[in-house]
Design a protein around this ligand. Structure first.
Ligand code: ATP
Ligand code: MG
Length: 420
C-alpha cells in the first residue's frame, strides 16, 4: 500500500461496548527523528451505549444512534469527516480454535516465499467455520517445513511441504451482521472488524513482555476478556461473560437501591479491600440521590465488590489453568478496561492469580487528550494502534506474523502483516 508518509494517516477506532460507545481518532505520522511512525490521539469521545443487552444487539436503530452520536462528536473535535473505522467486537459469541493449513511449496527450488505462507494461512482459513459463525482472524502460531516443527518464520527456508498452526477466531454471524449493519448505517466504511482484546493487547503490552509471557485482562461492563502472549506470539484468547456491571447489579440488590445509585456508589468507592474500612465507616444512600436516608457500612459494600471481583479473577485463573499458565507468567498480568478502575482491583487480582499485576494504559501513544490514560479507552485506542500497525506495515515486507482480517460481509479479504 503506497502512502505519502508526510501526510498524517487518520485511523479511527470504534469500540461499541456494553456500557459505552467510544471513539478514538489517531493521526499516524512518520517521525524523521525517531525513524518510525508515531501515533497521536487527536479525539476521544464516549457516549452511553444503547440498543445492546449484555453485549448483544437488541435494537439496531439504537446502536446506530449511539454510534452516530459518538462519531459526530469526534468529527467536531477533529474538524473533518470520519470516513472509515476499525470496529472492535467482544462478547460471549466468540469461538477460538486451532486449525492447520498445509500447502506444497510453489518454487521448484523449494525456497519458501511469503506467498507460500499466505497460501498456507489461506488453507487454514478455508476450513469450515462452526455453523453460524464467521472467521474474524486467522492468527498463525508456528510453522513446520517437511515435518520440522516449531518454526517461527519459514520465509527463505527450503522444503516441499509447508504447514501452519493457526488460532482461528470466529464470531457469531448474526452478531457480526448486526454490528456491521449498524455501523454502515451511520454512513462510515469499516476498515475491519477486530476482536477487541487483540487490539487491547496491542495497546498495553510491550514486545519484551510478550516474549517473557504476559496476560492482559480487559474488565468491561458485561464481559472480561483475556489474551495471553508467550515467546512473542498469542498463546490464548478468552472471553468470560462476567464484568463490572455484575458488581453494579450486586450492589443494587445488596443495598436494595437502583442501578444508577449503585453505579455511583461503586465509582466513588475508595477501595474494594474490606479490611481498609473500620466498622464505623458508613455511607448514606441519600448522598447518592436515594430517597431513603439509610446508612450502610462501607465494609459491607466492599464485601459485595470483593466477592464479585474475586469470582472474575478465579474464572481468569481457571482460564490460565486450561493453558497451564496459572501462576506461571513471568511478566505477570496487566489489567485494564473501565472495570479495572475500582481501587483495590490490582491487589485482589494478585491474591487470586498469584502473579505480579499492574494497571495497563496504552504505550507508545501520544495525544492531546487525557483519555489516553483512561483505562476505559484501552480498546478504542488499541483499535487505532491495530489499524496504524496494519497501515504502516503495508509498505514493509510481509513477515511471518500475518494476520488475516476478513470484512464480515465478505466484500474485502485482506492479508496484512503486523509488526508486534
Ligand atoms: N471510575 C470508575 N470507577 C469504578 N468503576 C468504573 C469507573 N468508570 C467505569 N467503571 C465501570 O467500568 C465498567 C465499564 O467498563 P468499560 O467501559 O470498559 O466496558 P464496556 O466496554 O462498555 O463493556 P464491554 O467491554 O463489556 O462490552 C462499568 O461497569 C463501570 O461501572
Ligand atoms: Mg469494552
Amino acid at each position: 500500500m503506497a502512502r505519502d508518509t508526510r501526510q498524517p494517516t487518520i485511523v479511527t477506532g470504534l469500540d461499541i461496548g456494553s456500557t459505552m460507545v467510544r471513539v478514538a481518532v489517531g493521526q499516524i505520522m512518520f517521525d524523521e527523528g525517531l525513524g518510525r511512525e508515531t501515533i497521536q490521539i487527536v479525539a476521544s469521545v464516549e457516549v452511553p451505549s444503547e440498543g445492546l443487552y449484555k453485549g448483544n444487539v437488541t435494537s439496531i436503530e439504537d446502536v446506530v444512534s449511539s454510534v452516530a452520536n459518538a462519531l459526530e462528536q469526534a468529527e467536531r473535535m477533529v474538524g473533518y469527516p470520519i470516513e472509515n473505522v476499525w470496529v472492535g467486537i467482544s462478547g460471549a459469541d466468540i469461538i477460538s480454535q486451532s486449525n492447520k493449513g498445509v500447502v506444497a511449496v510453489a518454487k521448484s527450488d523449494g525456497e519458501i516465499s511469503s506467498e507460500d505462507v499466505e497460501r498456507a494461512v489461506d488453507a487454514a482459513r478455508a476450513i469450515n467455520a462452526p455453523l453460524n459463525y464467521d472467521v474474524l482472524h486467522v492468527l498463525p502460531k508456528s510453522f513446520s517445513v517437511d515435518g520440522q516443527t516449531g518454526i517461527k518464520d519459514p520465509i527463505g527456508m527450503t522444503g516441499m511441504r509447508l504447514e501452519v498452526d493457526t488460532q482461528m477466531i470466529h464470531g457469531l454471524s448474526a452478531h457480526l451482521k448486526n454490528i456491521t449493519k449498524a455501523v454502515y448505517r451511520t454512513g462510515v466504511d469499516i476498515d475491519d472488524v477486530v476482536l477487541s482484546i487483540l487490539a487491547v493487547g496491542e495497546a498495553v503490552v510491550v514486545p519484551r513482555q510478550k516474549e517473557l509471557g504476559v496476560a492482559v485482562l480487559n474488565i468491561g461492563g458485561a464481559n472480561t476478556s483475556l489474551i495471553v502472549y508467550e515467546e512473542g506470539d498469542i498463546l490464548h484468547t478468552g472471553i468470560l461473560p462476567i464484568g463490572s456491571s455484575h458488581i453494579t447489579n450486586d450492589l443494587a440488590i445488596g443495598l436494595r437501591t437502583s442501578i444508577d445509585i449503585a453505579e455511583l456508589i461503586k465509582k466513588e468507592f475508595e477501595t474494594s479491600i474490606v479490611e481498609k474500612y473500620s466498622k464505623k465507616d458508613v455511607i448514606n444512600l441519600a448522598d447518592f440521590g436515594s430517597e431513603d436516608n439509610e446508612h450502610i457500612p462501607r465494609q459491607y459494600i466492599a464485601e459485595i465488590i470483593e466477592a464479585r471481583a474475586s469470582e472474575i479473577f478465579s474464572k481468569v485463573d481457571e482460564e490460565l489453568l486450561k493453558i497451564e499458565r496459572n501462576g506461571l507468567l513471568p511478566a505477570g498480568v496487566i489489567i485494564t478496561g473501565g472495570g479495572a478502575k475500582i481501587p483495590g482491583m490490582v491487589s485482589l487480582a494478585k491474591d487470586h492469580l498469584k502473579l505480579p499485576v499492574t494497571i495497563g494504559t496504552p504505550v507508545n501513544v501520544g495525544g492531546i487528550t487525557d483519555k489516553i490514560n483512561d483505562l476505559a479507552f484501552s480498546t478504542a485506542i488499541g483499535l487505532v494502534k491495530w489499524g496504524a500497525l496494519l497501515y504502516t506495515s503495508g509498505k514493509k515486507q510481509k513477515r511471518m506474523n500475518i494476520k488475516a482480517g476478513k470484512m464480515v460481509d465478505g466484500v474485502k479479504k485482506v492479508f496484512r502483516s503486523l509488526i508486534p
